[in-house]
Structure formats: structure tokens, C-alpha cells
Design a protein around this ligand. Structure first.
Ligand SMILES: NC(=O)c1ccc[n+]([C@@H]2O[C@H](COP(=O)([O-])OP(=O)(O)OC[C@H]3O[C@@H](n4cnc5c(N)ncnc54)[C@H](O)[C@@H]3O)[C@@H](O)[C@H]2O)c1
Length: 173
């Protein structure tokens, strides 16, 4: 079956979360084929319940720390617990989600030549000494603090994106 050229196959990791569920909703409404991947650590099926049954929406239980082989045109990599109470629950898993998740999603993007977006965070600046922070500011980050599993994981993900793909978009700072 021929696909309409503007209709894309889009993977949203963390698609059952707060931001991801709204993104899925928007992309489905625009007519794209949306594949929502989530391990439901903080996200819920309830967040995307209204999309289940839509012919251009597919829900998949998947942890981004494991490789994924799907054919897509675009990837939004949002998978990662965002609030301290959640990301501090299992700091090693949080770090793996950012680092292994970035490696796996970048690998997928490279294989299928997909455009990829990484959800970063202003926490990459740590406790900044410069306000407002610009792209040239590297941050003031504690590598052994209670937030480091999140901050350093996201920083490493930025490194991976920068070194893997030249034209990468960073979002959610
Ligand atoms: N909400 C904000 O204000 C904010 C600010 C800056 C950055 N961000 C980033 O945006 C993204 C989404 O944030 P959110 O507020 O929607 O958080 P959220 O916790 O609501 O959503 C994160 C989603 O990722 C899923 N997830 C977690 N670990 C996973 C894994 N290993 N594999 C697959 N899925 C996994 C969770 O189940 C959840 O559905 C995160 O990457 C976060 O760091 C959010």
C-alpha cells in the first residue's frame, strides 16, 4: 500500500508519560502512524487510553535500555522519569535509561535513517552560576549528588547525540 508522503511513521518513547501522551495525541490527530513505546514506570495506559483503538496508534510495552527494531521515519526520545522522587527511586536504572536509551535510539535512527529528537533538561546545567544559560555554558554539575543519576545521564545523552548525529535537535530544556 502506498503511503501519503506527509504521513510519517513516528516512534515516541515514553509515550505514555505526561509530555509523551500529549505528543502522541497531537501526532495521531495530524494523521501520522504513531508507535508509542513505554515501560510504564511513571506513565500509564490511562494517559493514552483515548488513543487505543485509533487505527494510526499502536502501544508497545518496551524499555529503552533494550534495543528496538522497528521501521520508522522519526523518533522522539522522551523515555525517562522526570521528577526527583521517581528518578531517585532507582538511580542506576535512571542513568541506564538516559545512556543506554540514547545509544539504542540513536542506533535505531542510524539504521533506518530516521530523524531523532532527544528530550534533554535544564538540569544538565546543575546548579548554574550563569543566568540565563546559553548553549556555550557547560554547567556546574555535581557528579555524586542525589540528582546526578538524572543530570549526568542527560548530559551523557547529549554527548552521544552530538557525537553520533550532526544535526540533532535538543528539546525541553
Ligand atoms: N516535564 C518537564 O517539565 C520536563 C522538563 C525537562 C525535561 N523533561 C524531559 O521530558 C521527558 C518526558 O518528561 P515527562 O514530564 O513527560 O515525564 P514522565 O515521567 O511523565 O514521562 C516519562 C515516560 O517515560 C517512561 N519511561 C521511563 N523509563 C523508561 C524506560 N527505561 N523505557 C521506556 N519508557 C520509560 C515512563 O513510564 C513515562 O511514561 C523526560 O525525558 C524528561 O526528562 C521534562
Amino acid at each position: 500500500m502506498r503511503r501519503h508522503s506527509s504521513r510519517k511513521r513516528i516512534l515516541v518513547t515514553g509515550g505514555a508519560g505526561f509530555l509523551g501522551s500529549h505528543l502522541c495525541e497531537r501526532l495521531v490527530a495530524e494523521g501520522h502512524d504513531v508507535l508509542c513505546g513505554d515501560n510504564f514506570f511513571t506513565g500509564t495506559k490511562g494517559n493514552i487510553a483515548h488513543l487505543i483503538g485509533s487505527p494510526n496508534f499502536e502501544l508497545m510495552r518496551h524499555d529503552v535500555t533494550f534495543p528496538l527494531y522497528v521501521e520508522v521515519d522519526e523518533i522522539y526520545n522522551l523515555a525517562c522519569p522526570a521528577s526527583p522522587v521517581h528518578y531517585q527511586f532507582d538511580p542506576v536504572q535512571t542513568t541506564k535509561t538516559s545512556v543506554h536509551g540514547a545509544i539504542n535510539m540513536l542506533g535505531l535512527a542510524k539504521r533506518v535513517k530516521a530523524k531523532i529528537l532527544q528530550a534533554s533538561t535544564s538540569e544538565v546545567y546543575g546548579n548554574p552560576e550563569v543566568h540565563p544559560q546559553t548553549e556555550s555554558y557547560w554547567g556546574h554539575v555535581n557528579p555524586i549528588g542525589i540528582r546526578s543519576c538524572y543530570d549526568e545521564g542527560k548530559r551523557c545523552a547529549e554527548t552521544l547525540f552530538l557525537t553520533t548525529i550532526a544535526n540533532t535537535t535538543f528539546a525541553s530544556r
